[in-house]
Design a protein around this ligand. Structure first.
Ligand code: PAF
Length: 276
């Protein structure tokens, strides 16, 4: 497994790889969710490139960029076990030299939900993904359903800008009690970890009510909010039932609908979603 820090070197090496490259972009601190993407990439491509880059441009000024968990040594050991060919692990200066002045912006979709709570977040995501796609030139890139809006935005960018790759989506990997696996779960103390199950319980409630015939989106939102409010450590950022393609809030649930939520548990902001 080659570990590469420089863009030029990565591009030179890419020329030597076979056509079918699977690419998994990550911010490191790898968990089972990332590894499911890597395994799928391994099974579908001749070569696999994984990037590890905590992208500063997708964090707001008061967000957790400096405290975001990092453990490169452990990440590299995990990726070696998965028979990854190349790990691209650039520095922030390498990706954003001082004169850097170009942004890739998906407009309306990126201003909803996460974009409304975290202004500028998706500018950072779409810009870094474009750079990484240009550098790695993959046939396929792999993303988890856990960051549902990120997926919608990236798919739109790839389609609108005629990018030459396929975006492959894999289901959210969950703990046995339903909590979606995320690098940020490490921030939770034991009490908060227990409280964090409320996100999945709220989603499961929506699923259950929908299965029983409830299609009024506002009633579903209110039931979810009522359940979340019973958890004293939870502070709701948003609860949304939206059209999966446009992210417009729905009055009546028509499939496919994206039920998503962002909730702070103590100081840790968690997101999760399911599809109806
Ligand atoms: O989902 C992530 O980890 C990040 O948003 C990504 C896609 C690696 C871009 O920095």
């Amino acid at each position: 497994m080659k570990v590469i820090e420089k863009i030029d070197e990565m591009k030179r090496l890419r020329l030597k790889l076979a056509e079918s490259v699977g690419f998994v972009p990550t911010m490191g601190y790898l968990h089972q969710g990332h590894l499911s993407l890597v395994r799928r990439a391994r099974s579908e491509n001749q070569s696999v490139i994984v990037s590890i880059f905590v992208n500063p441009t997708q964090f707001g000024p008061r967000e957790d960029f400096s405290s975001y968990p990092r453990d490169t040594e452990c990440d590299l050991a995990l990726l070696k076990k998965e028979r990854v060919d190349v790990v691209f692990i650039p520095s922030a200066d390498e990706m954003y030299p001082p004169q850097f002045d170009s942004w890739v912006v998906v407009d309306k979709l990126a201003r909803r939900l996460e974009g409304a709570c975290r202004p500028g977040h998706f500018w950072g995501v779409t810009t870094v993904c474009t750079k990484l796609f240009n550098i790695a030139q993959p046939a396929r890139a792999y993303f988890g359903q856990k960051d549902a809006q990120q997926l919608v935005v990236i798919k739109k960018m790839v389609s609108d800008l005629n990018m030459n790759l396929e975006i492959v989506t894999l289901p959210t990997v969950r703990e046995p009690d339903g909590l979606a696996i995320s690098s940020r779960n490490i921030y939770l103390n034991p009490g908060e970890r227990q409280a964090a199950t409320v996100l999945y319980r709220a989603l499961a409630l929506a699923l259950q009510l929908y299965a029983q015939g409830e299609t009024d989106a506002e009633r579903l939102r209110q039931k979810m909010i009522a359940l979340l409010q019973k958890e004293p450590l939870a502070e709701i950022d948003y609860v949304s039932i939206a059209n999966l393609r446009t992210l417009d809030e729905l009055a009546k649930v028509t499939s496919p609908a994206l039920v998503s939520l962002a909730v702070k548990i103590g100081k840790t902001r968690l997101i999760d979603n399911i599809m109806l």
